[in-house]
Write a protein that binds this ligand. Structure first.
Ligand code: CP3
Length: 345
């Protein structure tokens, strides 16, 4: 097959069409492990970086150049729209923090549905600048947190500590949680639509914490709201990728989402998972820790994941870890680039 541009390769893989080789990118590819990110980050706080189009575009584009990946992902964070909803948000060294988490009906009712064009004008500006940097041949991904995962952060307040607050709320006051999720469906849909209008080629929904829920609750509080977000985007629309960490217990429900690609965590077998996702492409799912190992081992793991069938976007099973050696990330990308459309022995 003729070599494809990265954009053709990525979009064809999302549609499960044949490709010259599978595309590859890395979740959190512009992050603390990368010297070009650290350099820019030394000049600005994390929030400033996100909200200054020149800086956000610079780290986005440099990650693509440094790694040679097939896609750019806009530099931002899933929690920024929560700030536009009226909730104070801080990024500390330990992670994000909401000093006044949402725990009551009045708290939910006080949240507004922002208009991304006027509330986050830096987004479209950053997207335009990234496009100038990467050109037309490289796809640009937008993203948002899925409603349930955003609710987990907004009710919990502090990362790592109180993510279980959302589960307490589910049993104590399910109607309140649903009211919060309803609002988030609108916010997330508008946020994604804005990024698509500004020029993103695909969008990813991060539902990292949906596996906190029992399977029946997953359908009600995570899948249902995420499906409504996707429906609200209308058709035609660019491909939607859905990521959750720990999806093995609910795989059979995921075709109901109405997305094109499921991004799999590393705790399950890629080939078996594919068999349970009829009609969908998959993304993933190398263990992020594998990039600490020898390059030859990374190459062998990549070959083992290559099924040869269309509809696979190589990635890690979660975001790249902050202490990852850049050489490990490069070895991963190089190993995928050695693959051909046919399975490799
Ligand atoms: O992929 C990319 O390169 C694009 C940028 C991006 C960031 N965060 C930048 C970031 C994306 C897509 C995210 C998504 C995100 N943010 C998720 C979902 C994916 C996942 O990892 O589960 C979540 C849960 C968040 C919330 C968040 N933001 C946390 C928990 C933290 C702190 C801990 C951590 O992993 O870094 C952040 C901060 C953050 N977001 C950093 C970056 C590069 C580090 C900030 C710094 O420079 O100090």
């Amino acid at each position: 097959m003729q070599p494809l541009t990265p954009r053709e390769r990525f979009l064809r893989a999302c549609r499960r069409e044949p490709v010259d080789r599978p595309p590859v990118w890395i979740m959190r590819q512009a992050g603390r492990y990368l010297p070009s990110y650290q350099e820019v980050r030394a000049r600005a706080s994390f929030m400033e970086l996100c909200k200054t189009p020149d800086l956000a575009a610079e780290v986005t584009v440099r990650a693509v150049e440094d790694l040679g990946v097939d896609a750019a992902i806009l530099f931002s964070d899933i929690l920024l729209p929560c700030e536009s909803m009226g909730l104070d948000l801080e990024f500390t060294d330990a992670g994000p923090r909401f000093p006044s988490p949402v725990r009551s009906a009045s708290g939910v009712d006080a949240l507004r549905v922002p208009d991304p064009a006027s509330d986050s004008p830096y987004l479209a500006e950053a997207i335009a600048r990234v496009r100038r940097g990467i050109g037309e041949d490289v796809p640009l991904l937008g993203f948002a947190g899925a409603p349930f995962t955003l609710a987990a952060y907004m009710t919990g307040g502090e990362v790592g500590k109180r993510l279980d607050t959302v589960i307490e709320m589910r049993y104590r006051e399910p109607a309140l949680l649903e009211r919060l999720l309803d609002r988030l469906v609108e916010v997330v849909a508008a946020h994604l639509a804005h990024q698509i209008d500004a020029g993103c080629d695909a969008v990813q929904l991060f539902d990292t914490w949906a596996s906190l829920l029992s399977p029946a609750d997953f359908r009600r509080f995570a899948l249902g709201p995420a499906r409504r977000v996707i429906q609200a985007l209308g058709t035609p629309r660019p491909p939607v990728i859905y990521y959750m960490k720990g999806s093995a217990g609910v795989l059979d429900d995921l075709p109901d989402l109405g997305c094109e690609v499921i991004s799999l965590d590393w705790m399950q077998d890629l080939h078996r998972a594919r068999g349970r996702l009829p009609g969908l492409a998959v993304q993933g799912n190398l263990d992020p820790a594998a990039l600490f190992g020898p390059e030859e081992q990374v190459r062998a793991l990549v070959r083992a994941q290559h099924g040869g069938q269309p509809g696979h976007v190589f990635n890690l099973g979660h975001g790249i870890l902050p202490r990852t050696p850049v050489s490990g990330a490069r070895a991963f990308v190089a190993a995928v680039k050695e693959l051909s459309p046919a399975p490799v022995g």
